[in-house]
Write a protein that binds this ligand. Structure first.
Ligand code: NDP
Ligand code: 2IT
Length: 444
């Protein structure tokens, strides 16, 4: 049996109740086959892949807090410190009722390769809780965040592990968590990224994931002789990533005609009104029904459906496994030419395969959404030198990083005779740097 198959078997047996983690490992290890096969004996002897698939450390803790009725609520907190070969653990905190250890492990595993692709010195980690911020008062969110950080602060620090936002964790949550960390540890340091501008945040971090997604999409299309201007795009989600993806798509001359949330979706043939979407989602924290009510050109539909709209480019920006095989078939039938993932693992394995087989350009999340964490690393740099860069400076570094990521993964794919397979290219390019660092550091 090949070494990759041996390890896949072990990982499946050991993590049988974690389907998302197994899905992420499956994709990465399968696409690394040509690299592993070239070094099979050494890697097997060093148990390189077993070490890569086992988090260095993971924490699970109780998070008690008091709601507005005086009732005590209890959530579960997690932080997985997956791999520190190339830098301090870095990765977001997800607050969503679906959070469990398998989801945090899949996100942490992806983060290792994503962070490596940025070219910046950051290792892979992820955390979060099954707390649902939706419908909670600001005081309840603060109570949760303070309790969560009271435990988490023991394991993190500006040079050890630097969390940030993810689903359900935005500027408000990061603010409450930073305040509590500073209060307990007595340290004013860059322990979190995505901070507000008045206390160490970086300009352009809010926009970075969505903007980065469009920068790499533009570059990928350009290198295939296609201009993004004039194209129609569909976006899912209406959170941080989706909003700034839509904004940058419009700036680049494309038209985005959909967005969604967990209750429904909007089709707006005149193009999504980003200012209105921001007001509905960032200010009012409301549902998309409010967008549709204020926008005569928009149709609102319950449930899911953005992938049924005819488009040139599809940008999934909500959550994992939101684009399945039926959606992929519909996109292909409608003439879609590119799928670039703003979310983490939004496309199922069979849908990815189908899109690639049907010659749809497919850029996986670990490359396409790396602009967020890359800009987090730029925030860490600014915090270390106690300076703040201008928006233009950060944005131009972000663009340079995304363009570089595309060419690195394109070249990595070509090096192994896998031209145009950007999934393999991203995994190989991300893996090579991590493995080099792991090999140099001995068996740890
Ligand atoms: P937000 O919480 O800001 O927005 C999430 C959006 O996705 C909301 O519209 C939400 O709808 C929708 N959504 C979430 N879960 C589900 C679900 N189970 N079913 C349907 N819709 C859902 O999160 P972000 O925009 O920050 O994150 C979106 C994706 O991008 C995630 O996969 C995240 O891991 C990834 N990502 C985020 C980065 C960042 O910098 N923020 C960086 C890189 C990747 P509703 O409000 O109704 O729940
Ligand atoms: O998935 C991700 O890359 C993020 N949620 C951002 C992580 C970060 O540290 O900025």
């Amino acid at each position: 049996m090949s070494y990759v198959d041996e390890v896949l078997e072990k990982v499946r047996a050991k993590n049988a109740s974690e389907p998302e983690f197994l899905q992420a490992v499956d994709e990465v290890l399968n696409s690394l086959r040509p690299v592993i096969e070239a070094n099979e004996e050494k890697y097997r002897k060093d148990a390189l892949l077993e070490r890569l698939c086992e988090p260095e450390r993971q924490f699970k803790f109780r998070v008690p807090w008091v709601d507005d009725n005086g009732q005590v609520q209890v959530n579960t907190g997690y932080r997985v410190q997956f791999n520190s070969a190339i830098g301090p653990y870095k990765g977001g905190l997800r607050l969503h009722p679906s959070v469990n250890i398998g989801i945090i492990k899949f996100l942490g595993f992806e983060q290792i390769f994503k962070n490596s692709l940025t070219g910046l010195p950051i290792g892979g980690g992820k955390g979060g809780s099954d707390f649902d911020p939706k419908g909670k008062s600001d005081r309840e969110v603060m109570a949760f965040c303070q309790s969560f950080m009271t435990e988490l602060c023991k394991y993190i620090g500006a040079d050890t592990d630097v969390p940030a936002g993810d689903i359900g964790t935005g500027a408000r949550e990061i603010g409450y968590m930073f305040g509590q960390y500073k209060r307990i540890r007595g340290l004013y340091e860059g322990v979190l990224t995505g901070k507000g501008l008045s206390y160490g945040g970086s300009l352009a971090r809010t926009e970075a994931t969505g903007y980065g997604l469009l920068y790499i999409t533009e570059e990928m299309l350009k290198s295939n002789g296609i201009d993004i201007a004039g194209k129609t795009a569909v976006v899912s989600g209406s959170g941080n990533v989706a909003i700034y993806a839509i904004q940058k798509a419009h700036q680049l001359g494309a038209k985005v005609v959909t967005c969604s949330d967990s209750t429904g979706w909007v089709y707006d043939p005149e193009g999504i009104d980003v200012e209105l979407l921001k007001e509905v989602k960032e200010v009012n924290r409301a549902r998309l029904t409010e967008y549709a009510a204020k926008r005569p050109s928009a149709e609102y539909h319950e449930g899911r459906g953005v992938w049924s709209i005819k488009c040139d480019i599809a940008l999934p920006c909500a959550t994992q496994n939101e684009l399945n095989i039926d959606d992929a078939k519909q996109l292909v039938a409608n003439g879609c030419i590119a799928v670039c993932e703003g979310a983490n693992m939004p496309t199922t394995l069979d849908a990815t395969k189908y899109l690639q087989e049907n010659k749809v350009y497919f850029v996986p999340g670990k490359a396409a959404n790396a602009g967020g964490v890359a800009t987090s690393a730029l925030e860490m740099s600014q915090n270390s030198e106690r300076l703040s860069w201008t928006f233009e400076e950060v944005d131009s570094k972000l663009k340079g990083i995304m363009v570089n990521i595309f060419h690195n993964l394109d070249e990595a794919a070509k090096k192994y005779g896998l031209d145009g397979d950007y999934v393999a290219g991203a995994n190989i390019a991300g893996f090579e740097k991590v493995v080099d660092a792991m090999n140099a550091q001995g068996i740890v």
